[in-house]
Ligand binder design. Structure first.
Ligand code: LAC
Length: 247
């Protein structure tokens, strides 16, 4: 079967979530990196916990709650409500990975979409601000099902939206747990591995940098009993992989 659709995770895959570090550092000098990492770790944790608890709250609310958590860890207070909103606003205007646009353009003959935990308002802003609007056939939010990835119901939205069955879809994510979820559901999968070496480089004299801690927890492959189909180090490797793809 030929791949008919390529579907991307958003945060961490097309968009660099680490790009919030500059704005958090500006607001809280010396705390930018630790706040950035705890924010993201908690954000995902809250998606899983709320899905298990059946207490859905959209990703916009979760992103807010997890930023509050991260700031409270260090007793950090925003000088004004504006400052909090300014940090949060970066989530609507994250940096695209530099090879994203060229890679999407090179795969134009396939259906292209995002499937993300992001709420529709967040994803609409993100896609518009980054200029991806014209390149995507669909921007799919898990909000339609009120559960987060890696719930199978979330991945089912791909076929429901694009009308392409799972075995003809290639799902792309830099989040290992997301690749596992997609594979368990029956999609073809490719993991983008980024920042693996930071786990080693960031550990020195018994001290670990927050970003290295993040990389150790989230950038490595999790063995959850399923195995990814493909493995790349950058989005730019995808067009060739898709062109040669038969399964
Ligand atoms: C997303 C998060 C999980 O975009 O990265 O769904």
């Amino acid at each position: 079967v030929t791949i008919k659709a390529v579907v991307f995770d958003a945060y961490g895959t097309l968009y660099d979530i680490q790009s919030v570090a500059a704005v958090t550092e500006e607001a809280f000098p010396g705390y930018g990196e630790i706040v950035t990492q705890i924010w993201r770790l908690k954000q995902l944790e809250y998606t899983w916990l709320r899905t298990l608890m059946q207490r859905y709250k959209d990703f916009s609310g979760i992103t807010r709650d997890s930023l509050t958590y991260a700031l409270n860890c260090f007793g950090l207070r925003c000088k004004s409500p504006d400052a909090f909103e300014r940090i949060l606003a970066k989530y609507l205007d994250l940096d695209l990975y530099p090879d994203a646009i060229a890679s999407l353009e090179a795969m134009k003959d396939k259906k292209l979409a995002i499937l993300s935990n992001g709420s529709p308002d967040m994803l609409t802003a993100l896609v518009r601000n980054s200029g991806l609007e014209g390149l995507l056939d669909a921007v799919i939010s898990v909000d339609a099902k009120k559960v987060f990835k890696p719930s199978p119901e979330a991945y089912a939205l791909i076929e429901e939206t694009l009308r392409v069955p799972p075995h003809e879809v290639l799902f792309v994510s830099a989040n290992s747990w997301d690749v596992s979820g997609a594979k368990a559901f029956g999609l073809n999968t490719v993991m983008i591995e980024r920042g693996m070496t930071e786990g080693h480089g960031g550990f020195k004299d018994g001290m670990v940098r927050p970003r290295a801690m993040y990389a150790a927890l989230r950038n490595r492959w999790d063995d959850l009993g399923v195995w990814r189909d493909h493995h790349v180090f950058a989005l730019s490797e995808l067009p060739a992989l898709v062109a040669g793809q038969r399964s």
